[in-house]
Design a binder for this molecule. Structure first.
Ligand SMILES: [Zn+2]
Length: 324
């Protein structure tokens, strides 16, 4: 089903069965010559069927339509390869385009074996096969049209400017329409859900990167912030403050966990508070174990980056401890 959210702008809700996110919002912007679709859903039959049903319902001519991917997560780019094969032009930021193509092969995912060891997740019999990112991502390379900060896309009366908003992923982009005060923010800022900030390599302090992208967006004049999950946001500044507060609280919580004894990533994640219906970390399904460990990692690494934590590695397993 599509819902009109603004003149010439429609939201289609693509269901994500058996996923806590429930669904992804894909947006259609109708233009005179060309239309633009933002994000797609997983690379699954259920998502493809829902996507195509909406396209037909809206009478969209796909030969006059481009697709833009906000970021590399499979619930956003899953169907991009299939649509690219049908001749649709796919826009993405430079970093995400390279990574989506890397992720389409198995080699990228091999490093998750090392992560399982480092995070002390081997005891959970966890593997990258459990990761939805691996299961539902495009399985072939895509010929992207690359975007960078400041690029403009004109659709009908709208003029969208590309904004770099890294943090949730390394190369997440958003679209800002200054005149109408609209922002398409992917997963950067969500209502009710806190976007997952994960680990993307030891060279990056992802939490700092994310927090500065939040600050960047808080300076924009926005009336409607169209999110990729759940509801649109009207008061983005208030929501950004809440997200800042959430991460401050998370950091305090983790500082307490690692204050006296060194802890593994798994032990840290297991002691953190999660809004999930499981009693303990042991009961988490494996995809949730990956997400929780990634979230713990981004905060643990941030503490190391700012000098409030130290890490050691013993027998291939990482340990973090607070620095007093
Ligand atoms: Zn995402």
């Amino acid at each position: 089903m599509t819902i009109k959210v603004y003149p010439k702008i429609y939201k289609m809700e693509i269901p994500l069965p058996n996923n806590p996110l429930k669904g992804v919002n894909s947006y259609i912007i109708l233009g005179k010559e060309r239309n633009l679709i933002i994000d797609t859903g997983f690379n699954t039959k259920a998502c493809k069927d829902a996507f195509m049903e909406n396209i037909q319902e809206m009478n969209i001519d796909l030969s006059k339509t481009d697709l833009l991917i906000t970021h590399l997560h499979a619930d956003h780019c899953g169907l991009a390869a299939a649509l690219n094969r049908e001749g649709i032009q796919i826009y993405a930021g430079k970093i995400e385009a390279r990574m989506i193509n890397e992720m389409s092969g198995k080699k990228y995912w091999e490093k998750f074996k090392d992560y399982a060891r480092m995070f002390d997740l081997e005891k959970d019999n966890i593997s990258f096969d459990d990761h939805p990112g691996y299961k539902y991502c495009p399985k072939e390379e895509i010929e992207f049209k690359l975007l960078q900060e400041g690029d403009k896309i004109h659709i009908g009366e709208y003029s969208f400017e590309i904004k770099d908003i890294p943090g949730h992923t390394p190369g997440h982009i958003g679209l800002y329409e200054e005149k109408h005060k609209l922002f398409f923010g992917g997963d950067h800022i969500l209502d009710k859900i806190t976007p997952n900030i994960a680990f993307w390599g030891f060279d990056k302090d992802m939490l700092s990167i994310y927090l500065s992208s939040l600050k960047k967006v808080s300076t924009y004049d926005i009336e409607y912030l169209f999110t990729a999950h759940r509801n649109s946001i009207r008061d983005h500044k208030r929501r950004i403050e809440e997200l800042h507060h959430h991460h401050e609280e998370r950091l305090k919580e983790i500082m307490e966990i690692i204050r006296y004894d060194k802890k593994t990533v798994r032990d840290t994640a297991a002691k953190m508070h999660w809004e999930l219906r499981y009693d303990s970390f042991e009961d988490f399904p494996n995809p949730q174990k990956w997400f929780a460990s990634g979230e713990a990692m981004s905060h643990l690494e941030h503490l190391v980056f700012i000098g409030k934590g130290e890490k050691t590695i013993e027998d291939g397993i990482l340990y973090y401890k607070g620095k007093i």
